[in-house]
Ligand binder design. Sequence first.
Ligand SMILES: Nc1ncnc2c1ncn2[C@@H]1O[C@H](COP(=O)(O)OP(=O)(O)OP(=O)(O)O)[C@@H](O)[C@H]1O
Ligand SMILES: [Mg+2]
Length: 499
Amino acid sequence: MREIILSMKKIDKRFAGVHALKGVDFDLRAGEIHALVGENGAGKSTLMKALTGIFPKDTGEIHYLGKLYNPRGPKEALSRGIGIIHQELNMMEHLTVAQNIFIGRESTRGKSFFLDEKAQNKRAADLFKRLNMDIDPTEKLSSLTVGKQQMVEIAKAVSHNLKVLILDEPTAALTETEINELFSIMRDLANKGVGMIYISHRMDEIGKITDRVTVLRDGEYVGTDDTSNLSKEDIINWMVGRVIYEDPKAQSNVPADAETVLKVKGLNAGRLVKDVSFELKKGEILGFAGLMGAGRTETARALFGADKIETGIIEIGGRPVKISSPMDAVRHGIGYLSEDRKRYGLAVNLDVTDNSIMASYDKYQKGLFIHEKNIDEITEEYVNSLKIKTPSVEQLIKNLSGGNQQKVVIAKWLIKDSDILIFDEPTRGIDVGAKSEIYTLMNELAKAGKSIIMISSELTEILRMSDRVVVMCEGRITGELDIKDANQEEIMKLATKRD
Ligand SMILES: Nc1ncnc2c1ncn2[C@@H]1O[C@H](COP(=O)(O)OP(=O)(O)OP(=O)(O)O)[C@@H](O)[C@H]1O
Ligand SMILES: [Mg+2]
């Protein structure tokens, strides 16, 4: 067994009102991939931020390569060989790929101060080649998909000579192929002796890629064991203190004579929405399955007025409507929980109340005034029913854990009382416990007569939640299945049905 290169002992950290880490222990061997798991808000990211000096721990000790280690900031951590890929993308959108990778250590020509862009692009190209990534170094970062941006961040981390690499939910925005690429890079690094700390909510990945697992619950250390000794159920049980089952839905809950609330006919928008037609019934959960890039999000964005509709008819409640902006969509009772919540769903510098009420100000406005007390109260109700973990409704969104931020976006559309809800990857980055709470919530909404379009890349989620499944491939709907006829094979067949 290889030597322990890093050991964290009794790490404690408090924020105002939150005891985020309560004496947590953690160690890492050279060349191992060590999973760090726990529910949203358990303290995973906080532990890693203490390790990289993003903020100081309150008490506890870190030993690294045999010495006491106390980084004053991420730069120092990096220079000592500890790098982190954050949960939130951390790059400069307006710079090129190569500029992002070498920011702060640019290639210069000879001894001059002038940047040698060419040399830098070449270095980036070599790096991508070595990592088997198909990315153009000269491209602006903003023109890449979120998944590709994430790959750039990974390449950037790998370009430093690291002994410890922390990956905080790196796969949330990656496609199947990209995930496999990442795993092969990780195995390669492990063979070279790099120790990795891997944070993920996807249990399958943990079984596939990691050697050991450490579990945190509510800021406390629960335990560590070899991955091969643990079943998926064991890990979940450690995380949430109970067992959660994930059975597929046996049959549709929607009565045959339910009214049609939304009818889409021949919708065309951009490259990825081609002649899309479907209907949504009252009280229905309509699953949208497909591979990344199939056009599901683009269809949602067009329906929500975020992208321009070229041709097509949208009927709501039997009447044709014109949707040319999100405001139109909201007025017609459509809510959209976007897949990229940081970019479109949240104002991270505002507090929980402001974000929850954002779409519903008109409801709480009396003349020129907003009733602060009312909006705090209503927000508190949703914070409780959605079990959003926050010390108060006045906490800033950026201080919530990733999964709890997601729940705030859900609260926003529930408070708005939208009749048609589009949930785009609603449980991405959400832990198993909160996930099953969100499922329960969606079922309750449907029962109360709301209609839901649920876009999901997780087939188990599609099969568990949907009454009916629409499958897309390359911008077209390639099939529609009643839930009782749907299974993984059938959906995959349609998801890869190109014409
Ligand atoms: N800068 C901060 N200020 C105040 N509270 C914070 C701050 N950062 C984190 N917290 C709180 O500390 C706790 C742990 O958060 P952390 O981000 O470590 O959770 P996590 O395990 O990474 O969760 P997730 O899976 O959702 O990413 C949460 O209650 C969070 O709200
Ligand atoms: Mg986190």
